[in-house]
Design a protein around this ligand. Sequence first.
Ligand code: PDD
Length: 284
Amino acid sequence: MPDLAYVNGEIMPIEKAVVPIEDRGYQFGDGVYEFVASYEGRPFMLEEHLDRLERSMRELALDPVPRADIKKAVLDLFTLSGYPRAGLYIQIARGVAPRNHAITPGMTPQIIMTIRPVQEMPAEKREKGATAITVKDTRWGRCDIKTVQLLSNSLAKQKSLDAGCDDAIFVSGQGIVREGTSSNLFIVSGGRLTTHPLTDNILPGITRMVVLNLCKAADLVVEESFFGIEALLGADEVFLTGTVTELLPIVRIDDKSIGNGEVGPITRRLYDLLREQAMAGGPA
Ligand code: PDD
């Protein structure tokens, strides 16, 4: 099977899929999305991703779409693609109407999906760790909604690659460390973990939630609280979490080594626990 797309009920090869030019997702970034990955053909944490998608739609007051329809299309795509390790994007835009900042009433949400094999992180990055730069968080004020407005994320990611690093970490104007360009962030200091609390400033990551639960099950102390750049650079271990990222060690930030510059034991342990849970298809 080729990489597939779904457009409003129809499945086709990705290169055949198009959207109308007056789609508000395209013109105004007026849409939301999700990314779900499978392990051995089974989508991981699908219900949690669908919950977040529904929440994102409610927050933007998009017209509701039956969850059962979305779920069926998602499962059909995972089955039809036949990829054991696939990544599926769901994108729902408000609808198509003559261009107008004001929202035309009665639009039908436009639902598109794409499925491809997951681009796995090189094994070396997991073994030796990845690197990051910090960047000012210039995103809009509702980062908790998974909207398609990803320009700041995309420019920050490119800036990190141009600097020879792997990712960028958003830091607020007041110096609070937020998250990565497509991942949440944890620090480990003196055996204790800290991650940003759930506010409007970060995405409530599904992997973040899985890792918090894994920490609790493994009796690791974890706190959801704000921390600054000194705590980040002075941490023993730093890692990112996300559906694509899984759990990625960061060993150098802005030319400063984190801890001893090697992947730390807590990061390794949590990565193994996360993989175990994902391969098992979910929590025990
Ligand atoms: N992004 N923070 C941001 C800004 C993200 O875009 C993502 C995920 C996460 C992690 O969320 P989760 O654990 O639910 O994947 C945190 C997806 C993978 C993407 O944009 O492709």
